[in-house]
Design a protein around this ligand. Sequence first.
Ligand SMILES: Cc1cc2nc3c(=O)[nH]c(=O)nc-3n(C[C@H](O)[C@H](O)[C@H](O)COP(=O)(O)OP(=O)(O)OC[C@H]3O[C@@H](n4cnc5c(N)ncnc54)[C@H](O)[C@@H]3O)c2cc1C
Length: 445
Amino acid sequence: MVWQFDPIKPHNCIMSNPINSYPNSWYVASSPMLAEQRHASGDLAYDVCVVGGGYTGLSCALHLATAGKSVAVLEAERVGWGASGRNGGHVGTGQRADQHSLEKWYGKATARELWRLGLEAVDLVTDLIEENDINCELGTTNIHFAAKKSHVDELRDEVDYLRNQYDYHQISGVESSSLEELTSGIGFHYGVIDHGARHLHPLKYCLGLAAAAMKAGASIFEKSQVKNIDIRRDLAIVTTDKAVIKAQRVVLACNGYLGNLFQPIAGNIMPINNFIVATEPLDEATANRINPLNASMSDSLFVINYWKLSEDRRLIFGGGETYSDKFPVSITDFVRPQLLAIYPELSDVQLIYGWGGTLAITRNRMPDLGVHKGVVYYAQGFSGHGVPTATMAGKLIAAAIDSGNDDFDLMSGLKTLKFPGGPLLRRPSLVAGMLFYSLRDRIGQ
Ligand SMILES: Cc1cc2nc3c(=O)[nH]c(=O)nc-3n(C[C@H](O)[C@H](O)[C@H](O)COP(=O)(O)OP(=O)(O)OC[C@H]3O[C@@H](n4cnc5c(N)ncnc54)[C@H](O)[C@@H]3O)c2cc1C
């Protein structure tokens, strides 16, 4: 027997004011929010129970519901509360790891499939936006800058390799003498301009996916933290404080917020925190100097800086990471030095919002997809490239559950390296490694 609530129709749930529990970010301040969905209670049953209401979970729920499955999304807080509502909004091409590394690790044929899937992920995001009429400030083009002279050869080689070996001509290199045409930012030695990349307002995109999933028939429950998942043969019992849900399949889409919920996959990822600020609106001339193409931008440091302009010409600038479970007391103070190192001209501009989010990384920065005992599917560890790849992962899991899928098999077949040290000691060894590389950012050419 299936107990299922009617989904609340999205057009009933648009409210203009930000609601509790979301961080105080520019994204929350500038999004029409969805009304809070009911929490799960009592005995429920679904074909599929998705845990986590970010891009992975919502894309999965949308694709499952479209395929006719009964599906519930259980979200501990609010949809888009996690990294999907807090990120930089860059929608990059390819995978987080470069093609040379992918060829070395997995062979040329697999690396080519991964490149294809990376491009399809960008198309998937734009298609979902168009099909579901999601108004999320979709823009085009990313520019990636060499922040050190020693990074130039590698970036130049990557551009040539993609053009010549992968027939990808949307990318090109810009020598240092022409960089001032792209930005007034300082300290750069080369630029890679990728017209195939996109950028967007991440929370508006996420809430649009949620609305589309509900319209397709998925039930979304908020403030419904999953406390336990019990696998019984070919069925799972998922429990929250107030509900017991029987499901044929469970999808774990918790990424950096997984915690100790499911030990078999917890050691494959490491949660890290990243931080963003939003300035006051810039005057038109300043915005044009900083970013005349209205592209998303990033640099080549190990702790990457990334930025773009909002629709109302604020600079949305991400820079700085922490590896503990604490956020800095003042996020604006934490991010300001990275911003001013690139744009000293903004020293008098106020930083109005500062927020952080938690994302999961894997050891080789490739996503970790799989299925446990044929019942619990999971996707995590998108390593800062999750706007396209988490959206794609949700679709692949839905297809795998529905009827099997070659691309899910491709992704889940990639070898996962667990973090050394096990559940207790993996964090100290990661912290040591990350601090070493971030120190290298600050020294040398
Ligand atoms: C500051 C920042 C900047 C970033 N910038 C970019 C960028 O520019 N481009 C890019 O591609 N990627 C970027 N990323 C990464 C990207 O945001 C993530 O990879 C992506 O959003 C992951 O989506 P997700 O759905 O897997 O996870 P999330 O969006 O994190 O969603 C997981 C959800 O699971 C819920 N959850 C956890 N445990 C439970 C439980 N027990 N029960 C119920 N619910 C639970 C959480 O509340 C959360 O809402 C950035 C990340 C951060 C933090």
